[in-house]
Every structure is written in structure tokens, then in C-alpha cells.
Write a protein that binds this ligand. Structure first.
Ligand SMILES: [Zn+2]
Length: 239
């Protein structure tokens, strides 16, 4: 158990000083507050439902679809836009971070690998393998590894839109834009931030429909299920 300053907040004689230091927050109108509450509710509902839905199982074949038969080595480009996530650390200056995903995939001397790497902060380049396998290192492709990959591919897409929607809502409330989402175009003010959150929620809703269609394979067009993945790897180099 740790005793954070928040824990003993009521004992802090300088409490009022700390409050004075908090950033000025733009006052949301009652209508904007209602929009924000509604959006938060919808994000939570959609996310819960998407993660609970029956999943199309990931197979090794599906991950190597379109790959050469022989030796090859494909590394994806780093994502242009990563996932926004909140660390929840009270001593973090920004609260929000953007992680970027890279996928390495290949086959050499009959041994395959499919490795998902993510960095903790966009641009930091501290890519760490977080899912997948590498038969060159003795890994075996177990079903548990494939199931786990679902979270880093489809699950990441869900988190992508949910995370950015949450980020935009936070920006509407605080007026802060630590991930520079509004460097170009509209300035970060409540209405444009709420609108941006709504756009991300629209994508989440579309994912729901796609996943429902998944359950009826006859109606699914060939590439429909993969088109939603923002991280579909580019095929940069083949050996
Ligand atoms: Zn942080």
C-alpha cells in the first residue's frame, strides 16, 4: 500500500495552494456536459460489447496470408497515428501518451516469426515485443499466443478509437492537448473536441456492425474484416 499525496489530501495544509495551481479549465455549458456524459457512456458500452463479442479466431495461416512461400522478412512501417492511452499516474505531467505499433513477420529456413512491438511513447523508439512468436528463438505457435494476438490487432483497433475518443473528451474538459491533436486545423476548444470524440465513436459503432457481420460469413466481403485494422502492416521489404 502506498500513501500518495491524494490519499492524505484532507491533511495537507497547503491544499488550497495546490488547487490554485490546477490549470484553468474552460467552463462547459450544460449542453456540452450532457454531450460529454452521453459520449462517455456510449464509449464504455461499445467497448464492453466489442470485447465481449464472439471472436473470429486468429490462425497462423490468416497472419501469413499473401506472404511468399519461401524465405521473407517483412517489417511494417511504424503507425502514423498510434493509440492514445492515459497512464493514470498522479505525478505525470501530461497524463496522456501515444504508443506506436510495429509488426515484424517472416520465414527463414522454415522457421516463422510474427512479433508485435510497441513503444510506450510515440517517438521514444523503445519498441518492446509484446505479443507473437519467433520460432528462431524456439517459440512454438500455441493457440494461447494466437488468442493473445487478437488483443494486439483487433483489440488494439477498438482501443484506438475508444482511446482517442476519451482523449478528445478530456481535451474538451481541460482545454489541454498534450498529444498535439490540434496542431493543424481547428483549435482545441470544447465544441471541436466533442465533435472529434464523436467521430471516433462513429468508428467504434462501425466496428460493432463489422463484428456482427463476422458471425455470418456468407455475407462478408473478402477484405471487409481486415479493412478496419489501422495497423495492417505494409509490406516493406521481401527477401
Ligand atoms: Zn504518464
Amino acid at each position: 500500500m502506498s500513501f500518495t499525496s491524494a490519499h492524505n489530501d484532507h491533511l495537507d495544509p497547503d491544499k488550497h495552494l495546490h488547487q490554485d495551481e490546477e490549470p484553468e479549465t474552460p467552463q462547459l455549458t450544460p449542453q456540452q456536459k450532457a454531450q460529454v456524459a452521453k459520449l462517455r457512456n456510449e464509449i464504455y458500452r461499445l467497448k464492453t460489447r466489442l470485447f465481449a463479442q464472439p471472436r473470429t479466431p486468429i490462425t497462423k495461416e490468416s497472419l501469413f496470408e499473401g506472404c511468399p512461400e519461401g524465405d521473407f522478412e517483412w517489417d511494417s512501417e511504424a503507425e502514423d497515428v498510434g493509440n492514445a492511452w492515459n497512464c493514470g499516474e498522479s505525478d505525470c505531467e501530461t497524463g496522456w501518451h501515444e504508443s506506436i505499433q510495429v509488426i515484424e513477420r517472416g520465414r527463414k529456413d522454415g522457421k516463422t516469426w510474427f512479433v508485435v512491438l510497441e513503444d510506450s511513447d510515440s517517438g521514444s523508439g523503445d519498441y518492446q515485443p509484446c505479443a507473437g512468436w519467433d520460432e528462431r528463438e524456439g517459440d512454438e505457435v500455441a493457440q494461447s499466443i494466437l488468442d493473445d494476438l487478437w488483443f494486439h490487432l483487433y483489440g488494439r483497433s477498438i482501443e484506438h478509437f475508444a482511446g482517442w475518443a476519451e482523449y478528445c473528451i478530456d481535451a474538451a474538459i481541460t482545454g489541454n492537448d498534450p498529444l498535439d491533436n490540434w496542431v493543424f486545423g481547428n483549435s482545441c476548444e470544447p465544441n471541436s473536441a466533442i465533435e472529434a470524440a464523436r467521430d471516433n465513436v462513429k468508428y467504434l459503432r462501425k466496428m460493432k456492425r463489422l463484428q456482427t457481420k463476422h458471425l455470418k460469413p456468407k455475407k462478408l466481403r473478402p477484405n471487409e474484416h481486415s479493412s478496419i485494422l489501422p495497423s495492417s502492416p505494409h509490406q516493406r521489404r521481401a527477401i
